[in-house]
Design a protein around this ligand. Structure first.
Ligand code: UDP
Ligand code: MG
Length: 317
């Protein structure tokens, strides 16, 4: 058996936005899981769950508060206003104290029974454990297909992603401390975590229906999040403008010869035509190309301002 002082403590982080309908059940299930793992000597007794109230407008905070008084596993933070899922999650991760951190949504879509499997993988020496959905049948047809296309697009753009993994994951203290070095404002967690490196693995779980309440990710927020994923990792869209500018310039170059030929060697040219058409092609191409070049520099500045760490030392002897 593992000696007592080596049994890790776990902090579970749960961002909550208007989740009064599910919260009592979530609290009950998560505390039961923690209790069981403490009994099994897989976790030490300082393990707990941090609920981060992301500026809810319903009774979410009151529920967290009242459970915190009666249930020693429950702790809570209340953000001063709604800052979005990723930021609420970060607030919890930055303030939680455990040796192991697991992030999970409040709506019980992510199966809490995978928590034990994640802790087991940590015990085997993995610093990061991804929760991966084995099936997406509970998602709508639309969400499933758009999500799949999106993951493929990101992969094409060179963003390292774990397929069918959202924000249900385990991070060791070591991995979390590395994550904190990424100081950028809009942190796309599921893209950054694979960049950390470290030994990682995944655990499969079945994605359920939302236990109660409605999705807090309407289409508009989802699209913004999707754009964030592309623009924080890749300047492929800017490259595309440069490429387009180059093609248009090339095309303009040949068009100019053609216009001149028509003008000089045939009688079809309307007076004034060549002097209008040539600049249109020429300026169009040059403008797009210049825009792309400027864009390339902006992309460089953008990447620099993120001041991402250049390396991570995993071990030292
Ligand atoms: N959430 C949050 N702040 C927000 C929106 C969502 O903290 O502004 C939380 C929400 O309470 C839930 C998690 O993020 O715990 C995921 O949201 P949801 O389940 O609504 O997203 P979906 O599963 O529909 O993509
Ligand atoms: Mg959900």
């Amino acid at each position: 058996m593992t000696p007592i002082n080596e049994i890790p403590s776990l902090s579970i982080v749960v961002p909550c936005y208007n989740e009064e309908e599910v919260l009592p059940e979530t609290i009950q299930r998560i505390s039961a899981t923690i209790e069981l793992l403490i009994e099994k000597n897989k976790l030490n007794s300082s393990s707990c769950v941090f609920f981060v109230d992301d500026g809810s407008r319903d009774h979410t905070w009151e529920i967290i508060e009242s459970h915190a008084q009666s249930n020693s596993f429950v702790k809570g933070y209340k953000l001063s206003r709604n800052r979005g899922h990723q930021n609420a999650l970060l607030a919890g991760l930055h303030n939680a104290k455990g040796d192991i951190l697991i992030s999970i949504d409040a709506d019980l879509q992510d199966d809490t029974s995978a928590i034990e499997a994640m802790v087991d993988e940590y015990a085997k020496g993995h610093e990061v454990v991804y929760g991966v959905r084995s099936k997406r049948e509970t998602d709508t047809f639309f969400k499933r297909y758009t999500a799949e296309a999106y993951y493929k697009l990101l992969a094409k753009l060179g963003v390292e992603l774990v397929f069918n993994h959202a924000d249900y994951r385990l991070l060791s203290r070591k991995a979390l401390e590395e994550l904190k070095r990424y100081s950028e404002v809009n942190l796309f967690l599921r893209g950054i975590v694979p960049q950390l490196g470290f030994s990682s693995t995944s655990v499969e779980y079945e994605r359920h229906e939302r236990f109660a309440g409605e999705s807090k990710y309407p289409l508009k927020k989802m699209l913004a999040f999707a754009v964030e994923g592309v623009t924080s990792f890749s300047h492929a869209p800017l490259r595309f403008i440069t490429g387009l500018g180059f093609l248009v310039s090339l095309f303009a170059f040949f068009m100019i010869f053609w216009v001149l030929a028509v003008k000089l060697f045939s009688d079809n040219a309307v007076p004034g035509w060549a002097s209008i058409v040539i600049p249109v092609f020429f300026i169009g191409g040059v403008q797009l190309l210049s825009l792309g070049v400027v864009g390339e520099y902006i992309a460089k500045i953008y990447m620099e301002t993120k001041s991402r760490p250049l390396y991570t030392i995993e071990k030292e002897v």
